[in-house]
Write a protein that binds this ligand. Structure first.
Ligand code: SAM
Length: 307
């Protein structure tokens, strides 16, 4: 089985906050956190949807089942990127319209292209807007999906309050985030110094948290603080050992390319050399062709209601 799942209600939620972020403020280093995106992010998002298809299906099905009693007619994908969530929800709610909002023009162009290909262009509307600024008119809403986008915002608390204000009583929000970055590699790469991924992820993740202070934090308390009634939270473990998907290597390649994007100076020289070898597409250690990839991690979806 490629994907295993665990489930919990709000009553038995564990605390996923690793103390990395503070709610609702701060943009250390790069000005607006939302505009810090590594090169190739849109490709990475599309590969995420492909390679982690099992996760996406399970998460969106779970949200569909929770929202079905509402018969939601108006949906928002907040920070929609290339549209995996917006399109997946439009398919699951065939009578609904979905507004997909993002600040990135190119991501929305990809989303529009896919909506057209999948016959959804009349129900999925892409809106280019900065959700850290004044929001366009998006309400009233029945269901909002916010996947891996809130931690990019300068003030996610303000965005959660704004979403609440334009949601109908009884309407829902589903926030998908992750407590830790995904892992891709075995501990021992045969370099003579095991633990490469642990060593590089520490400082690189710390650098990301400087730019995006809410990255890896717990979202249930943030939702509650913004006035939402948190009703459930579910962890979706991802465990793809030697993934069969033909693009798994390319996904790993792009993921590690992020590590060298602006933060290579935080990595020890020996590990920098290992990273370069992993990223060398024609070399013997290339991530594109490795037989030992093991993609693992957890995505957490938190569901909350406007009472
Ligand atoms: C990691 S991606 C996630 C995309 C998509 N939700 C998914 O899960 O595949 C984060 C998205 O948030 C968008 N974003 C970041 N800051 C934003 C802002 N201030 N306003 C609107 N969108 C923003 C980015 O452009 C990017 O598409």
């Amino acid at each position: 089985m490629l994907l295993t799942q665990g489930s919990s209600t709000v009553d038995d939620m564990t605390d996923h906050d690793h103390g990395k972020g503070q709610a609702g403020h701060g943009n250390a280093g790069h000005g607006n956190a939302g505009h810090w995106l590594p090169d190739g992010m849109n490709d990475l998002l599309e590969l995420d949807a492909e390679v982690l298809h099992g996760y996406w299906t399970a998460a969106l099905d779970w949200v569909r089942d929770a929202a079905a009693p509402l018969s939601p007619a108006r949906l928002l994908d907040l920070g929609a990127g290339t549209g995996t969530g917006a399109l997946g929800l439009a398919e699951r709610f065939p009578a609904a319209t979905v507004t997909a909002v993002d600040v990135e023009h190119d991501a929305l162009e990809r989303l529009r292209g896919k909506a057209k290909e999948r016959g959804l262009a009349d129900r999925v509307h892409a809106v280019e807007a900065d959700l850290d600024a004044t929001w366009p008119d998006l309400g009233p809403l029945d269901l909002t999906w916010a996947s891996m986008s809130l931690h990019h915002l300068a003030d996610p608390g303000a965005a959660l309050r704004e979403a609440l204000a334009i949601t109908r009583p009884g309407g829902l929000i589903a926030v998908a985030e992750f407590p830790e970055p995904l892992r891709f590699l075995p501990d021992d790469l045969g370099t003579g110094l095991p633990g490469f991924e642990d060593r590089v992820l520490g400082p690189v993740n710390a650098a990301h948290v400087e730019v995006m202070p809410t990255l890896g934090s717990a979202w249930a308390p943030r939702l509650a603080e913004a006035g939402w009634n948190v009703t459930a939270e579910r962890a979706f473990p991802i465990d793809l050992d030697r993934p069969a998907h033909p693009d798994a290597g390319r996904y790993a390649q792009l993921w590690f390319a992020r590590l060298s994007h602006g933060f290579a100076d935080r990595i020890e020289p020996g590990d920098r050399a290992t990273l370069a070898a992993l990223l060398d597409e024609r070399g013997p250690h290339s991530l594109l062709h490795r037989a030992d990839l093991h993609i693992r991690g957890t995505r957490i979806v938190t569901l909350a209601r406007r009472d």
